[in-house]
Design a protein around this ligand. Structure first.
Ligand code: 4NP
Length: 164
């Protein structure tokens, strides 16, 4: 029997640093396990500041050091995403609040989680915004997202019985 893929959406403010990194890192882990037909990823920003732009070059450089190419163009989170995705991962608490503010009837609260809920090694509760900082901030984002992505993949595999 075939099932429709499980759909993950990663959300930050601009959709040019943290959420495209999460999307592409997660895709890397999914492809390593040959699960690309069963789990699919996308990303979006709560703001429209950078719509249509490719990922930030500093973020892309930090990802490239770990062998990850950042693909995609920025888009803004929209209400239809609540229906279209199974799980929505907010990078920080402000993103989380801004997403839930669009869920006026509270129908989708359970679909929205903080990305750091899935970290197994880091104690951070949020993925820090690296935009106005130095290169260390970008590599820290990759470290943190790798930890959270590994935990998230285990969570999806443990909770979705049809994915194996
Ligand atoms: P992101 O980073 O939310 O991780 O994509 C940012 C990108 C742009 C801005 C802030 C954060 N900005 O203020 O333009």
């Amino acid at each position: 029997m075939t099932h429709s893929p499980y759909k993950l959406l990663f959300v930050c403010l601009g959709n040019i640093c943290r959420s495209p990194s999460a999307e592409n890192l997660m895709n890397h882990l999914i492809e390593q396990r040959g699960l690309q037909n069963q789990i699919v990823c996308d990303s979006a920003g709560t703001s429209a500041y950078h719509v249509g732009e490719p990922p930030d070059q500093r973020m892309a450089a930090a990802a490239a050091k770990r062998g990850i190419t950042l693909k995609g163009r920025a888009r803004q989170f929209q209400e239809q995403d609540f229906e279209a995705f199974d799980l929505i991962l907010a990078m920080d608490k402000e993103n989380y609040r801004n997403i839930l503010a669009l869920d006026r009837q509270g129908l989708y609260r359970d679909k929205v989680r903080l990305m750091c809920d899935f970290c197994r090694h880091h104690r951070d509760r949020e993925v820090p915004d690296p935009y106005y900082g130095g290169s260390d901030g970008f590599s820290y984002v990759i470290d943190l997202l790798l930890d959270a992505s590994e935990g998230l993949l285990e969570y999806v595999l443990n909770t979705q019985e049809t994915i194996a």
